[in-house]
Design a protein around this ligand. Structure first.
Ligand SMILES: [Fe+2]
Ligand SMILES: [Fe+2]
Length: 382
């Protein structure tokens, strides 16, 4: 693809989307490689992925520079001091106990997880892989001028936030993985072979992370509820503690977008609209275990059926953010900004309608079995 210069107001990653010189091809040339879809969870890997590289314009870097004090006062307080953070070991069998006591704790863990069904483990494994994919986003965030961590130890509030956020996401993946390992219910080799998949995400930005953090908050909240119903109160506390971290993360990212909308309402609105047109996919949507080419789609179908994360949640998140950011009442937009506003604010009912049709179609389909390598190739009926 030819790299030439455009006056860019189109790239969601360039929140706040101030008009700037951008060396990317116009967003519209890559946006509709495939027909846009509204499915919340099922996202087959794109057939052709043009390489998206990016060079951030100086104007945008300046916006973030000018918001550093604001971020120190409004974003960093959402980080917990390290000594107040939970650690995976708080929830796991204690290896410093005597061998017999340690073994007792492992046995108790196995007794608790024995009450959980196989499909629950499919969802928990998928959630864990999603958590493990998140820290790789640090690399991508650090390509963004204005917020990147210049040295790996930068004291800018953007870099401080990103490092601490990554550490928290790491803990989520570590804890879920260790718990799954000790349960004996899953095939660790196949899980470890599963590649979460990475892409140079063209719309990784604070709008995307606001959405994604709320999605993980909902999903971990639901796995907590199900674990509690099935008698594993430790796993319920694990998923609940992770969910509460996600809530804090969501709050931080949503606050940043709120501020960016204040600084540049039209640019922010267009960024949100572009993002929603492309559809939000979860960080691990390109996951692959080398066996099932539709792994993410199948995992999503199980999550949908268990009610852990559904297409209705997708519409709920959108409605929640529209309200939180006051998008419906936002004034002072250019005509392009107003049409973006109209699109975003009318989207949730459309998503719900399409989902109802999809639900009806799904009900007419015959149930079929799908094998998951993560649970020793056992079959789950979808
Ligand atoms: Fe997380
Ligand atoms: Fe998070």
């Amino acid at each position: 693809m030819q790299a030439s210069h455009f006056l860019c107001t189109k790239h969601p990653v360039c929140v706040p989307n101030l008009a700037h010189r951008c060396s990317k091809p116009p967003f519209s040339t890559v946006r509709f490689r495939q027909p846009p879809s509204i499915s919340a969870v099922a996202a087959p890997p794109p057939l052709l992925k043009p390489q998206k590289t990016h060079s951030m314009p100086p104007e945008k870097a300046e916006v973030f520079k000018s918001l550093e004090n604001w971020a120190t006062q409004n974003v960093l307080p959402l980080l917990k001091p390290v000594d107040k953070c939970w650690q995976p070991q708080d929830f796991l069998p204690d290896p410093t106990l005597s061998k017999a006591d340690f073994m007792d704790q492992i046995e108790a863990l196995r007794d608790r997880t024995a009450g959980l069904p196989d499909d629950y483990f499919v969802v928990l494994v998928g959630d864990m892989i999603t958590e493990e994919a998140l820290p790789t986003y640090q690399t991508m965030i650090n390509t963004l001028d204005g917020v990147k961590d210049e040295t790996g130890a930068s004291s800018s509030p953007w870099a401080l936030w990103t490092r601490a956020w990554t550490a928290e996401e790491n803990r989520h993946g570590d804890l879920l993985k260790t718990y799954l390992y000790l349960s004996g219910r899953v095939d660790m080799t196949m899980i470890e072979r599963t590649d979460p998949g990475t892409e140079n995400n063209p719309y990784l930005g604070y709008v995307y992370t606001s959405f994604q953090e709320r999605a993980t908050f909902i999903s971990h909240g639901n796995t907590a509820r199900l674990a509690k119903e099935r008698g594993d109160h430790v796993l319920a506390r694990i998923c609940g503690s992770i969910a509460s971290d996600e809530k804090r993360h969501e709050n931080a990212y949503a606050r940043i977008v709120e501020k960016l909308l204040e600084v540049d309402p039209t640019g922010g609105m267009i960024a949100i609209s572009d993002l929603m047109k492309k559809k939000i996919t979860m960080p691990a949507h390109l996951m692959s275990d080398g066996r099932d080419p539709r792994l993410f789609e199948h995992f999503s179908a199980v999550a949908q059926r268990l009610g852990v994360y559904t297409a209705h949640d997708y519409a709920d998140i959108l409605e929640f953010l529209i309200q939180r950011w006051g998008l419906e009442k936002m004034e002072g937009l250019t005509s392009e900004g107003r049409s973006a506003q109209e699109f975003v604010c009318g989207l949730a009912p459309r998503i719900r309608k399409l989902q109802e049709l999809a639900d009806k179609r799904a009900k007419k389909m015959k149930p079929h079995g799908v094998k998951f390598s993560w649970i020793f190739n056992k079959e789950i009926t979808l």
